[in-house]
Design a binder for this molecule. Structure first.
Ligand code: SF4
Length: 281
């Protein structure tokens, strides 16, 4: 077989069984992303019988985290929010509508919505029922209509009709939790107050063993501890894109993933590394 066409050999974990071997992009990926350093010969501490003992794996080791961030940067250099908007209010509305809905669907609804109601004052003058037909296709439209109209009224009454660049004030708006506030603060104001934790960030943070927490608030706290603050905004966008393109919920495309040899997730579809027994999907 010619050089450059040799496929990577899966680990002997059994996780790969049934997975297709992929020719082509696999060999270059291996060259580009070699496994992280193994212990140097003769310098590793001795285990039983004098055999060198492998260093203890730490998923939060600084060099591993740096490598993950670097590879995300390379794979998603221009990642940003996929929700179309021209101002902070539009982004806030789009983010509220995006709950349990695809960004593509929201982007189909919002142009018509903002043409019909061009300002926050227009929304504040509505009754939630007035808004429901316009946002029906995004799902959960009754609650979303209440949130959007409620947020508009509060912005008009308490904040002069302006979306505040402040976490506490944003959280005082109906229907706005930390995820929505982080999207608006990070994307519109470039204010790194926290990390956006949505379904993609939750799933990938577990797969990469960046957290063992289950609630968005605690996952965010963990990520804020281990990711440098200047990376919070980009990291959120990049992981969300990674979740859409490769690390999808069912059958992640591990063979194409630049993080593959750093990832020990239990539900990998293809692996060159040992899958940890304790690893979670
Ligand atoms: S190797 Fe697979 S499971 Fe791990 S991050 Fe990449 S796509 Fe996700």
């Amino acid at each position: 077989m010619a050089r450059g066409t040799i496929t990577r050999q899966p680990a002997k974990t059994g996780r790969h069984e049934g997975a297709r071997r992929m020719p082509g992009p696999v060999a270059p990926l291996r060259k580009k992303f070699p496994p992280l350093a193994k212990p140097a010969k003769g310098r590793a501490p001795a285990g039983k019988g004098g055999a060198p003992k492998a260093p203890k794996y730490d998923p939060l080791a600084p060099e591993r985290l740096r490598e993950i961030l670097k590879r995300l940067d390379e794979r998603y250099p221009k990642a940003t929010c996929a929700l179309h908007h021209t101002n902070a209010w539009e982004l806030l509305v789009a983010t509220i509508l995006s709950a349990q809905c695809t960004d593509v669907r929201v982007n189909m609804v919002t142009p018509i919505l903002f043409e019909k109601y061009p300002t926050v004052q227009h929304f504040a003058a509505l009754k939630p029922e007035d808004l429901e037909p316009d946002i029906r296709s995004t799902g959960f439209f009754r609650n979303k209509a209440k949130s959007v109209v409620g947020a508009a009224r509060k912005l008009v009454s308490d904040f002069g009709g302006e979306v505040p660049n402040d976490m506490e004030k944003l959280l005082s708006l109906p229907g706005v939790a930390r995820k929505t506030a982080n999207v608006v603060l990070g994307t519109w104001f470039h204010n790194a107050t926290g990390v956006v934790v949505d379904t993609h960030v939750t799933r990938i943070s577990h797969r990469l063993e960046l957290t063992r927490e289950q609630t968005a608030e605690k996952i965010e706290q963990d990520l804020m501890r281990i990711i440098p603050r200047e990376r919070w905004i980009d990291f959120s966008h990049q992981v969300i894109w990674h979740g859409r393109q490769l690390c999808v919920a069912r059958s992640p495309k591990c063979v194409e993933c630049p993080l593959e040899n750093l990832c020990h997730a239990a539900d990998k579809t293809w692996s060159t590394v040992e899958i940890h027994k304790s690893a979670k999907p």
